[in-house]
Design a protein around this ligand. Structure first.
Ligand code: JFH
Length: 243
């Protein structure tokens, strides 16, 4: 997968692209990363990338020309990229979207900073508008890093998972059960007996129940989205009543 980012602050990406899993993905040839300053595509001596909004008002708007020219240039080296605009008004980012994007060959992220985008960028250049959450950042860069990171770890061979079937078990739609490692007693804090029992049927049942409990407690909205057995639904209802 080819990942290109258009930004006024390419140096923000140096650390993320050159450490940990992203670095590993690049070293293994599973992904290439490039952060390009779209100011380099701006016309005129002063390389201006923004201008006043038509109709007046506060703040500046990013001019369409540098972004269109930069994307045109990046498209020369690939076929049919997804052109992703990072913005507060975009569709809320989810694991499902990460899985969708991980099937692409080429992603181009557009990251503004300080200001908004000319509407013609949205309408004629961009294929996807993404928001990473309901809070306001100073620019799109951190969002692009979040999306790139979550997509790269899904690429076959990056985490050692050559086949994509491995992923299904990672996305049960529930929060994870608690994990423990040695020692069985740490400063008097004990590991639950069931995990030391060697009974894998009991362990699986305990983990499923802990996942359900934790999801009910912290993210009840997730329970609406998944299929539960009749027994699990009853169990959840009894927990709700007991509270
Ligand atoms: C970005 C920015 C303020 C206008 C009410 C809410 C927003 C933009 C480029 C993504 C997520 C972003 C994000 C992404 C790209 C840019 C700053 C400040 C407003 C009106 C718009 C510039 C922010 N998920 N959060 N933030 N900004 N207000």
């Amino acid at each position: 997968m080819k990942i290109d980012v258009l930004t006024l602050f390419p140096e923000m990406f140096e650390g993320v692209f050159s450490a940990s899993i992203m670095k590993k993905a690049a070293d293994k040839g599973k992904a290439t990363f490039r952060a390009v300053n779209f100011r380099d595509y701006a016309e005129g001596k002063h390389k201006v990338v923004d201008d006043y909004p038509y109709g007046g008002g506060a703040g500046m708007v990013l001019k369409p020309q540098p972004l269109f020219d930069a994307v045109d240039d990046l498209k020369k080296t690939a076929e049919n990229p997804r052109v992703i605009l990072m913005c507060p008004q975009g569709e809320r980012y989810t694991q499902q979207k990460a899985e969708e994007l991980s099937k692409e060959k080429h992603l181009i992220f557009l990251c503004g900073h300080y200001e908004g985008y000319d509407e013609r960028v949205r309408q004629h250049l961009v294929t996807d508008e993404i928001s990473i959450g309901d809070y306001v950042l100073t620019g799109g860069e951190l969002g692009a890093m979040v999306v790139a990171d979550s997509v790269v770890r899904l690429l076959p061979g990056v985490l050692g998972n050559e086949d994509s079937a491995v992923q299904d078990s990672f996305s049960s739609g529930l929060l994870e059960h608690p994990h423990y490692t040695r020692p069985a007693d740490f400063r008097g804090m004990k590991v639950p007996d069931v995990l030391l029992s060697g009974n894998h049927k009991h362990i699986d049942e305990w983990r499923r129940e802990e996942s359900l409990k934790r999801t009910l407690e912290r993210r009840p909205d997730l329970l609406e989205l998944i299929e539960l057995t009749k027994e699990e639904q009853q169990q959840i209802n009894s927990w709700k009543i007991r509270k």
